[in-house]
Design a protein around this ligand. Sequence first.
Ligand code: NAP
Ligand code: SF4
Length: 679
Amino acid sequence: MTDTTYPRLLSPLDLGHCTLSNRVMMGSMHTGLEEARHGFERMAQFYGERARGGVALIVTGGFGVNATGALAMGARKMTTEEEAEAHRVITRRVHDEGGKIALQLIHAGRYAYNPKSAAPSAIQAPINPFKPHAMTAEEVEQTIDDFAQAAELARYAGYDGVEIMGSEGYLINQWLAPRTNQRDDQWGGSFEGRMRFPTAIVQRVRDRVGNEFIVIYRESMLDLVTDGSTGQEIVQLAQAIEAAGASLINTGIGWHEARIPTIATMVPRAAFAFATGRVKAAVGIPVIASNRINMPDVAERLLADGVADMVSMARPMLADSHFVQKVRDNHVEEINTCIACNQACLDHTFSGRMTSCLVNPRACHETELNYAEMGRPQHIAIVGGGPAGLAYATVAAERGHRVTLFEASDELGGQFKLARRVPGKEEYHETIRYFSHRLQRLKVTVRLNTEATLQSLTSGGFDRVILATGVTARVPQIPGIEHPSVITYVDALTDRKPVGARVALIGGGGIGVDTAHYLSHRAGEPSPGLDTDAFFAEWGVSTDLSIRGGLASKKVQTHSGQRTIHLLQRSSGKVGSKLGKTTAWAHRETLSLRGVKIWTGVRYESIDDQGLHIQVNDDHQTLPVDTIVICAGQESLRSLAEPLKAAGLAVDLVGGADVASELDAKRAIDQATRLAAQV
Ligand code: NAP
Ligand code: SF4
């Protein structure tokens, strides 16, 4: 242990009746396995692999303490011995792997997707079509008891503890804030009154389960909604929670209805840890930091700075089940880093699909997607070192195939090389770093600066060729498109061609949005994705203890020398409408904060020295711009496919080379991984 770079992260944590083996907790995530067929066996495998990978303590997704409080009608709850029995397969498996696991207990309050939802007051949430009723005093008492009963059942099911969900705007959080608690009985009024409900829950849970059981309270350290709690109230609550008998206090940031990103890739790493630090300074029990902690150096720094005693990582455990083991083995460069894209995890969860991970498609598919078995070893050529090619290469090599990867440019990464240049998307570099190290370790032959040709592929002794050659920008048929002011998004994002002060972007998909954001930054301006102060200033986050909800006013960027940027699309819906549910709003808000002008329902007429001529709602207009950037989708690059097949080689197309219209790293990596798992 003494020669590790992460001594604090790897040090045990004594909780009195038990000791956690290190300072990493896998935070709670609802994955969809909870409701899936054979879900409990799949959860056992999912959590078991993470326990084997070294995480000290796992918290499950939320289980309702009663039917009204479950996330939706029919969602999982912990209310009977029979329900508890089903969990034994999970707890046994995690214990067999040397881990510990706590069940998260949740009451969703006004967030429950249920027409009979209940809350402190009858105030509807902006993100739920159902209006809750205000709980009666009897219902309040019953709910406190339901938490205690669920905790007792969790112990019966073999769990090492429970986490009481008091953040993200769920019932307990609703109870604390004047925004949602307007009661005038003993459960409301002053902060002391509003605080009575959470402290009663912790106390009753502790009384029911005894001292030899972990009780985590997840506290909202920053609500990020108007009329949320103040910093002082949050500290006061933490002290009351400690006195009520909690073993640990975990961090939650922002209600689900908040309109400030809290975990998206544009949020700087550990940006919100300051809020955890103020609670840590005021209590004696260990405190856990969370949100955008995705690499061990970030975690170690928080522990060294005394901001927290432990860190919670949820999505990073989807991305890499063996995160902690790799830290222990000093193989940090081989951690498959969560890039905070949300595309395969939260975007799936919030649209009713099974959670997985863009950079690790095995996440939540552990029982069916395995890489071990292999038929006859083959010599495989992969053409293209973007996400699809990299995913195929690593899985095929891991399974024992001999792999040669051809990349025409001087660096691996494909479209991720462009993505990482966008302010707030710097994390995408981590995926390139991860794959590059995996290729080295797996002894894949990588030929950079090498354009694979029909000749080199047919004469190279390959059994199979994987075409991961990607895409090229689609050039729309607009009169004047060959005008010198017209460039592609690749030219713009790589600074290969100059971009003037007045710009029009043709196409408002993911790439149009990203390119607009990139061009809205001046050279030398700090990226809000790397600079917490810049991020807080842009999004209006206050660190002042006395400000309700931690909200300041947002800062619209207006500075001299700023580019005028027009983002256009033909359709009439919102730009970026195909982006993920959990981040599209934040991308649009970013554009608005940066002064980008959005045009929808546009018909492109022509391009000439005066600029871009368009028609909008029967009006003919000219946008007097210096540069026009094409972001109008992609076309597949796969000219080698037919000649290779004609030469008798087995050829598979993956990623954008296969389907350009849905060019999407999630699909590309998943498709390539599954193909490589079968070859
Ligand atoms: P896209 O999402 O398909 O958008 C292409 C845009 O070009 C659309 O706005 C389309 O809208 C317009 N367009 C299409 N054909 C055109 C034509 N002939 N003339 C003029 N305009 C045309 O493609 P993309 O922006 O290149 O993104 C590719 C993929 O990467 C997508 O799956 C995207 O989700 C993903 N991506 C995701 C992110 C992210 O942050 N999650 C970021 C970047 C990319 P109209 O037809 O309305 O004009
Ligand atoms: Fe992280 Fe994206 Fe994977 Fe979710 S899908 S765990 S955000 S890398």
